[in-house]
Design a protein around this ligand. Structure first.
Ligand SMILES: [Zn+2]
Length: 79
């Protein structure tokens, strides 16, 4: 069974994704942008069909606000 991402994906060729957890936006990444990487040893017990890498990200603006909050909480907990 294919995963739910594939069902809504217009791009049919194997590719990777950047998934923005803040906006739920999904960006396609062409495999040529990734280059080569190590395939885990455990894969060898299966017949590999395809590879899709998901980069789960946060928007930078939202993350910096989150980090500010975290930093101010850390300061308070020091007292
Ligand atoms: Zn896609």
């Amino acid at each position: 069974m294919k995963n739910s991402l594939a069902r809504y994906d217009g791009e049919m060729k194997p590719h990777h994704h950047i998934i923005n957890l803040d906006t739920n936006e999904i960006l396609d990444i062409d495999p040529s942008e990734i280059g080569s990487f190590q395939i885990p040893e455990k894969i060898k017990q299966f017949n590999l069909d395809s590879i899709s890498i998901n980069f789960f990200v946060h928007s930078k603006a939202i993350l910096s606000r989150f980090e500010e909050l975290k930093a101010s909480r850390l300061k308070k907990s020091n007292y």
